[in-house]
Design a protein. Structure first.
Lengths: 481, 456
């Protein structure tokens, strides 16, 4: 077996082409040579792997190595951006020259001396996946398969996959930051199809985070397998959903994705800088019912959305965005913080060296309230209980959103009755947040499975919330009237 | 002369295949790709972004008998490549024998003399530099914002160009390279609505040949008109009503059909159409074709991802499911023939996919279709992901217009449209003639007899 430690970023110390501060300074000077106000270098080296089981065998295994340097130059509101994959001095200098051209004139700024910002230690995988033999990962997948098939005879297909990633980054900025981080990621998924009387339904379970294989000590592959089977079997009995405006109760944890879409994106400061968000100019105003406090926190230990340092070298924090219904802050990257004359909130994130940083969420949470979750359910005469989400989308300009449920139930007289299929929730973020009229005491963070897309860039995020009651939401089912 | 040296890419892919075979692989297939792009974006009449970059990468699929693995790297140093080949072999040893794995049937491989010229590369695309890109974007945005004073903000206008080349070499004897270009322009103005909501709209043009790209001003004006048309949007009452899909929203429906007829979902039985070959799956007005051989079209390709000669496949013929889209693996799983529909990603993996998939246009104009409609919800935008391929359950967010007596009466947002996909395709009762191959999956305007619209 080749030693897993053979994966070393070439730019890291001990790598094949280490970047010393002097070289970084020279590249930044080139980037600023046409009169730019600010420049940064983002070196990235990512090793990722996927092990995929289906039809009872580890059918495919793959690995990818991606590396490069992104150079960004800011001049006023304009950005010059270039990247290269080849980390030779000539190639890197070429990228710095290309990015420099956004500034055609202006006083030349020199990069200031580097200092290292404080970098947290928010992920310490005990069994880092790349240090573990492939056979061990294969066994985890085979165990998941066996557990799903043993759980119920109606299971006709099992797919399981394990994704691992290690992302090394090095950031150097003309305002003097020099920071590095190594970010691990694990994601595990089981998906099953169950069949009964010719009807088929799928069910799934996923989880992970910035963790190693010790993740499975907390939630075993067997638990994931049984959860996926439970989900598929419930859906076999699902019936058509009612359509129209109804009260909706959201389950704790996973439903945080609704909050992420319904309000989170609108609070990313780039949209507000441009005046294209529905939350533009509303700092200090009521944007949600007074039960709602929304926090974005990149510092949680080992969570999927956590970071030691953001992709612009700024420290993440725990920022309250909405406090008791009042909008108090946006999420910032370097650029938007400059515009709003505030400090960056550590939300500058990018998919890779080949994309620009944008204000992005980390772990976004609606904090818990004072109601017993049972009492919340009992308060609904006829409505929908949403427990698993397939995904959602929002129109940032006005807050209109759509979510599809992969598991939901009819609530009748305060009790969950029939499982429902084909349910969508559609609404408007600010309106729905005003309709939060009960919050449970049962706050939970979702298991690490969500990826957020914005401007074509995907980044891992965390979400969390308690049981939430919304007095009325439009339910897109098939049964009109 | 093109800047792309396809001989060098072929040599790189060939050397990777040789190394993998020397390391013990019984089958090795390598892709080498190269790409360059520029995007220039303006917002509120000022430059916002100039991005320019290029990249190169290699992907490899190996088999050790019937054990399969794939690797990818953009680290093209000697150390990077040798690690990438060694990883592929290591992972293949870890994977378990799959009785259906194997290379494609050599007799179906495209021969060099059979390679069609699909005219996918336009030298002039690469001539757009940052200054010209910004100038085109400025003209496009100005045309949008100048249309009406209510268009008082903007998400910006961008002009992008992309060009690239890729080479495939396989141990089965296939060896070919191809090049392509793409230019596009998109404008996205914002207007304030009376209820305090912001409405963002957009329009875009995208072509392989620069000369065919719409004029920036025309794209901007259309984007402006579309944004203004959204002002005053409201919900509909929950009801069952005919629904018309314009080409932008129709395309996403056809994309869902694509996910149900491509090999992977068929042999996995994760498609509601898995056992429906030869049966009626749509109304007689529906003919769906996948054709990779259309000159200058976005999804065209002379050969598929495994090197098979590309061919036109009729997927649905007058309502009957006539063919799935298969690569060699899914064909073997289903005991059928490959339809030359293999797609090979830059990362080396192979699966069945589409090329240019479209709904065959009808004879009436979209205006005439609208005029003959008494009442309908006319969908111009869709949101969300509410589709279950296993059951065909479909429910998605939609926006557009309310139609009465053949006229658009008011704009609509914040509703969903729902109907099981099987019924939806069977309920298509009109197909217009406005097919435009702007995207690799495309439809003309069409109408569904009745769907549940959920709103107030």
């Amino acid at each position: 077996m080749p030693s897993p430690s053979a994966y070393v970023a070439p730019f890291a110390s001990g790598g094949s082409a280490p970047i010393d501060p002097e070289l970084a300074r020279r590249l930044l000077s080139t980037a600023l040579s046409q009169g730019g106000d600010y420049a940064d270098l983002f070196f990235e080296y990512v090793v990722s792997g996927t092990y995929a089981l289906e039809e009872r065998i580890l059918k495919s295994a793959s690995r990818a190595v991606s590396m490069g340097l992104g150079v960004r130059v800011l001049k006023g509101d304009a950005t010059g951006f270039a990247y290269v994959q080849e980390l030779t001095p000539e190639a890197m200098t070429g990228a710095a020259r290309t990015a420099a051209q956004i500034a055609a004139s202006g006083a030349k700024v020199a990069p200031v001396a580097f200092r290292a910002p404080k970098v947290g230690e928010r992920y310490q995988p005990r069994l880092a996946t790349f240090d573990v033999l492939g056979e061990t990962k294969r066994d985890l997948l085979l165990r998941a398969d066996a557990a799903a098939r043993a759980a119920d005879a109606r299971v006709i297909r099992v797919e399981a996959s394990l994704n691992e990633e290690l992302r090394e980054i090095l950031i150097a900025t003309s305002d003097g930051k020099l920071a590095a981080d190594r970010q691990p990621m694990l994601r595990f998924t089981v998906r099953v199809i169950a069949e009964q009387n010719g009807k088929r339904q799928s069910g799934s379970s996923s989880g992970g985070g910035r963790v190693g294989l010790e993740y499975f000590d907390g939630k075993s592959v067997e638990q994931h397998a049984r959860e996926a089977v439970r989900h598929a079997l419930v859906m076999l009995d699902a019936r058509e959903s009612p359509a129209g405006e109804l009260p909706v109760v959201l389950a704790p944890g996973e439903s945080g994705i609704l909050l992420h879409e319904a309000v989170g994106h609108g609070l990313e400061a780039d949209f507000n800088r441009k005046g294209t968000s529905n939350y533009t100019g509303q700092i200090g105003q009521r944007v949600a019912s007074d039960l709602c406090t929304v926090v974005d926190d990149g510092t949680l230990f080992a969570s999927r959305g956590s970071i030691n340092i953001d992709d612009e070298g700024n420290e993440p924090g725990s920022a309250t965005l909405i406090e008791k219904g009042i909008l108090v802050a946006y999420m910032h990257d370097q650029h938007s913080a400059g515009f709003f004359k505030t400090s960056p909130s550590g939300n500058g994130r990018r998919e890779s060296f080949a994309s620009r940083p944008l204000p992005r969420m980390t772990n976004t949470m609606l904090l818990g309230g004072e109601h017993d979750p049972e009492e919340i359910l009992r308060s609904v005469k006829r409505g929908i209980y949403a427990s698993k989400f397939g995904g959602g989308q929002v129109d940032i300009s006005n807050g209109d959103f759509v979510f599809s449920l992969t598991e939901g139930y009819l609530i009748e007289d305060g009790k969950l009755t029939a499982p429902l299929k084909g349910v969508n929730l559609i609404g408007n973020g600010p309106e729905v947040m005003r309709r939060v009229d009960m919050l449970g005491t049962d706050f939970a963070l979702s298991d690490g499975m969500w990826t957020c897309g914005k401007n074509g860039q995907s980044v891992p995020v965390g979400v969390g919330c308690p049981t939430i009651k919304l007095s009325a939401v439009t339910v897109g089912g098939t049964q009109a009237g | 002369m093109s800047r792309y040296d396809t001989d060098a890419l072929l040599a790189l892919a060939g050397s990777i295949v040789d190394r993998a075979l020397a390391a013990g692989a019984t089958v090795a297939e390598a892709v080498a790709g190269e790409e360059r792009h520029l995007s220039a974006k303006v917002r509120m009449r000022e430059p916002e972004l100039v991005e320019e970059a290029g990249s190169r990468s290699v992907g490899l699929r190996v088999m050790l008998g019937q054990q399969v693995a794939a690797t990818y790297t953009s680290d093209l140093t000697e150390g990077g490549i040798s690690r990438f080949v060694a990883d592929a072999l290591e992972l293949a040893r870890l994977s378990q024998p799959d009785p259906f794995a194997g290379p494609p049937d050599p007799s179906l491989l495209c021969k060099p003399s059979e390679l069609p010229d699909l005219d996918l590369f336009d030298e002039s695309v690469d001539s757009i530099d940052a200054a010209r890109g910004l100038q085109m974007a400025l003209a496009a945005e100005a045309a949008a914002l100048g249309l009406d004073s209510r268009l008082n903000n903007s998400e910006g206008a961008s002009v992008s160009r992309q060009s690239g080349a890729s080479a495939i070499v396989t141990s089965g004897g296939f060896r070919a390279a191809r090049r392509g270009t793409y230019a596009s322009i998109v404008v996205s103005p914002v207007a304030d609505d009376d209820d305090g909501k912001k409405r963002v709209g957009y329009y875009w043009s995208s072509r392989r040949h620069l000369a065919e790209l719409m004029a920036p001003e025309a794209v901007g004006e259309e984007a402006g008109r579309r944004t203004l048309a959204k002002l005053g949007s409201r919900k509909l009452d929950t009801q069952e009503v005919p629904v018309i899909f314009d080409p932008d929203s129709g395309r996403s429906l056809l994309g869902l059909l694509a996910s149900c007829v491509t090999g992977g979902s068929v042999w996995r039985k994760s498609s509601y159409l898995a056992e429906r070959l030869g049966t009626a799956v749509a109304s007689e007005l529906v003919t769906v074709v996948d054709d990779p051989l259309i000159a200058r079209a976005p999804g065209s390709q002379p050969y598929d991802g495994e090197g098979l000669r590309a061919r036109k496949n009729v997927v649905v013929e007058r309502g009957t499911l006539s063919s799935f889209l298969l690569d060699s693996y899914s064909a073997r799983k289903l005991d059928m023939q490959s339809t030359a529909s293999a797609a090979r990603g830059s990362s080396g993996g192979v699966s069945a996919g589409t090329s240019n998939l479209f709904l065959q246009p009808g004879t009436i104009s979209p205006e005439a279709l609208l005029r003959e409609t008494d009442k309908a919800f006319y969908v111009t935008g869709m949101m969300g992901f509410g589709f279950n391929a296993v059951t065909g359950d479909f429910s998605r967010g939609a926006s557009g217009f309310w139609v009465e007596r053949g006229e658009r009466v008011f704009p609509v947002s914040e509703v969903t449209v729902s109907l099981n996909f099987d019924e939806l395709l069977k309920s298509i009762d009109a197909v217009a003639n406005d097919l435009d191959l702007r995207t690799s999956i495309s439809t003309p305007t069409f109408r569904v007899r009745a769907m549940t619209v959920a709103g107030k």
